[in-house]
Design a protein around this ligand. Structure first.
Ligand SMILES: [Fe+2]
Length: 346
């Protein structure tokens, strides 16, 4: 078996490959690590055949949907998963065949209703059901402490004690443990009475993960994150530095249109001399009146440089092929001490 662990903050994802056939499965991929997975698979001579999420993640962005469209391979989750982009829905007891490897699924609800563990040869990928020295939490959507108790004590922990445990999260840098080690040392597993276990899980008082709303929105629907929207827009437009803009304006040579896409009050407080106002929210609907010549060079600015990136991408889609976004935005312009004009539209 070819095996790679990818660490991304506290998240762990795994590439599991068959040496004989070059087929591989990718377990719990994270959006920010896509290029790394592809590079690792290429380096190891592997072709990813399945993308598996052990459950609906609430604390990070799954790369499943994106990798599915990039690689054209099926996304695999438990059948209780709400995500519409899942191609293969496993039930507990079913297997995935990856070359000569058998990935055995075990339904282990508790952390979420769609949690599953996957056993392959000498190891088990426990998702957030069983962590090293801990368990997944049960206070997030579809979490259920009683179900976790069953899944652990009647499920995962009854597997071969020698199996290596590879969880979806690890915060202390340990690579793995074993079922035997967890049974002996995991403090949460010392509570073996059902009622006491449930009470313990209900009283953990954990803070909510950051980005939980966005993670659930995107992981459950296959929608894009805000960062993805911005990255896609940024990849499709050129940028101009503050210094270059200053030079262009000072020289007076370039008949550049400076388009300020902030709201009117921000514009009136201080804008670049000669800038036109066209708030982002009105861009598409007013573009025909405000920008009559699609061949003109248009410099788009906003406060921080993010909204202007989106606006520039929109303008380019609409045919303004010389639209360019200001890197650094008006905040950068002010901080550089460049001149501002206050008041109404010229
Ligand atoms: Fe999780």
């Amino acid at each position: 078996m070819i095996f790679e662990t990818v660490v991304s903050g506290g998240c762990r994802s795994y590439v599991v490959g068959c040496e004989g056939t070059c087929a591989a499965a990718l377990i719990d991929p994270e959006l920010s690590q896509i290029d790394r997975y592809l590079a690792l698979a290429a380096r190891d001579g592997l072709r990813i055949r399945y993308i598996v999420d052990t459950h609906t993640h609430a604390d990070h962005f799954s790369a499943a949907q994106q990798l599915k469209s990039q690689l054209g391979v099926p996304v695999v989750m438990h059948r209780a998963s709400p995500a519409p982009f899942v191609d293969l829905r496993l039930q507990g007891g079913e297997m995935l065949i990856v070359g000569n490897l058998r990935l055995q699924a075990l339904h282990t609800p508790g952390h979420t209703i769609d949690s599953m563990c996957l056993q392959v040869e000498d190891r088990v990928f426990t998702g957030d059901t069983l962590l090293i020295g801990a368990t997944g939490r049960t206070d997030l959507p579809t979490g259920d402490a009683a179900a976790l108790f069953e899944s652990l004590f009647e499920g995962v922990l009854k597997l071969d004690p020698a199996l290596k445990v590879f969880p979806a999260h690890e915060y202390k840098g340990r690579s793995h443990s074993t079922i035997e080690q967890e049974l002996a040392e995991n403090p949460r597993l010392k509570v073996r009475e059902r009622g006491a276990f449930i009470e313990m899980m209900h009283n953990l008082n954990l803070t909510m993960p950051t980005h939980i709303t966005e993670a659930l929105r995107t992981n459950m629907t296959g929608g894009k994150t805000v960062a993805q929207m911005l990255a896609e827009a940024a990849a499709s437009v050129p940028f101009m530095s503050l210094g270059e803009l200053k030079m262009c304006l000072d020289s007076g040579r370039d008949e550049l249109i400076v388009l300020d896409v902030r709201e009117r009050d921000a514009y009136e407080e201080g804008h670049i001399a000669g800038a036109r106002l066209l708030p982002r929210g009105q861009l598409e609907l007013r573009v025909n009146q405000e920008l009559t010549d699609p061949t003109r060079r248009i410099l788009v600015c906003c406060e921080f440089g993010r909204v202007s990136t989106l606006a520039t991408a929109t303008l380019r889609q609409m045919g303004f092929q010389r639209a360019v976004a200001l890197d650094g935005g008006m905040k950068g312009w002010r901080e550089a001490g460049h001149a501002l004009t206050a008041g109404n539209i010229p």
